[in-house]
Structures are given as C-alpha cells and as structure tokens.
Design a protein around this ligand. Structure first.
Ligand code: SAH
Length: 210
C-alpha cells in the first residue's frame, strides 16, 4: 500500500494532470507521504487527495502541493523559502530538497511539534519551524526568494509582500472559506505583479488576536 509501485502511480497521475517539472516529481516520489498521516489512513496516502490530520486541518492534495511547488521554483532554485501553515509538514518535506533553507510557521502547537519531530526523523535538516501567526511572516530571516502559504487569507497579507526578495515568488490561495484563487505574486521592480493559477480549496488562514 505504501510500496514504490503505489508511489509511482501517484507520479504518473500528477504527470497526467499536467505537472511537468521533473524536480518536483522527483521530490514527491522521495517523500514518504504515509508517514505524514495517521496510520489508519496510510493505505490512502498515495491517493491524490487531501486527508484529515486532526484539529480540523488537512494534509494538502499531492496535485496542489506539486502545482504550488512548481510555481514557486519556476524561476530557479530558491535559497530561502518561507512556508506559512506547516500542518503535517508534508509540503515542507517536499520543499526540503528543492531549496537551501526552509522556514515554516504553524499556529497549532501539537501539529508544529509533530511535524518538527517527523521532519527530523526523515532527515530534513534544512528546516526550521516556529509556533506563531504566519500572517506576520518571519521577519528575522527575511527577505525570502520564495514564500508559500498553505492556508487561505481573504487578501494577501502585507507583511508577506514586505518579506519577499526582489525577483521573489509568493504562491498563495486568496479568497473565501469554500474556494480560493491560487495566486502567483512576483516581486518586480515596478512592484508586485499577480497571476491567477487555478481554483483551489484550502482551510482558512486564521489570524490570532493581538
Ligand atoms: N501544507 C500542510 C497544509 C496544512 S493545512 C500539509 O500539507 O500538511 C493548513 C495549516 O495552516 C494548518 O495546520 C493550520 O493550523 C495552519 N494555519 C492556519 N492559519 C495559520 C496562521 N495564521 N499562521 C500559521 N499557520 C496557520
């Protein structure tokens, strides 16, 4: 159920759905997604579907992880990446081999701790995770060549634009609770340019009070 054959089937499926970046496909092939879900769900880990991870949150659908990662690294290998919404840590693990340093922010402590432990176990050493409200980014390590947001705000948080390096790419779902537009924002000399990628469905980005 978690065999190489099952994983290869997922990669074939992602290709059929239009994912072309071999770096992304290879990264997804190498990440053991079954480790990021509850054991009871591990037989479904290589289906192209989102799955519950507790606390009303989900591990993202592999197609959406691939699409976002592909958009993030299309301009070349980023040195520093900021991720908002660590969740299970699955997207973080996919990014780990595709960028030099990953900084990831999660607001639910138990998810953050579990992801940190698992990423360490599977050898993702270039990842740092912090407990906080990602609406404010992670200023200390800014600017970032890439920022990826895996929970949906109604509008792009201004702190994330401020922490994006010149030429950097921000991939973020923007919209209401049931459906969002996946946006690619690029930091150009003339200011941010926006491109719509696809309709997606993420959990909301929750702003913590104060
Ligand atoms: N990429 C993750 C997706 C997890 S779902 C995965 O594949 O597992 C989105 C995550 O964003 C949840 O864990 C949720 O707690 C987190 N989140 C929501 N609002 C947030 C905020 N303001 N700051 C940080 N994390 C947030």
């Amino acid at each position: 159920m978690t065999s190489q054959r099952t994983r290869d089937r997922l990669i074939r499926r992602l290709r059929e759905e239009g994912i072309q970046d071999e770096r992304v496909l290879e990264a997804i092939r190498n990440v053991p997604r079954h480790r990021f879900v509850d054991e009871a769900l591990s037989s479904r880990a290589y289906e192209d579907t989102a799955l519950p991870i507790g606390h009303g949150q989900t591990i993202s659908q592999p197609y959406v992880v691939a699409l976002m990662t592909q958009a993030l690294i299309a301009g070349g290998r980023p040195k520093k990446v900021l991720e908002i919404g660590t969740g299970s840590g699955y997207q973080t693990a996919v990014l780990s081999s595709l960028a030099d340093e990953i900084y990831s922010v999660e607001r639910i402590e138990s998810l953050m701790k579990q992801a940190r432990k698992l990423l360490r176990e599977i050898g993702c050493r270039n990842v740092q995770i912090r407990l906080s409200d990602g609406t404010w980014g992670w200023k200390e390590h800014a600017p970032y060549d890439g920022i990826i947001v895996t929970a949906a705000p109604a509008t792009v948080p201004s702190a994330l634009l401020e922490q994006l390096a010149p030429g950097g790419r921000l991939v973020i779902p923007v919209g209401g609770p049931s459906m969002q537009e996946l946006m690619l924002v690029q930091q150009t000399e003339k200011g941010p340019s926006m491109e719509r990628l696809e309709l997606v469905n993420f959990v909301p980005l929750v702003r913590d009070p104060g």
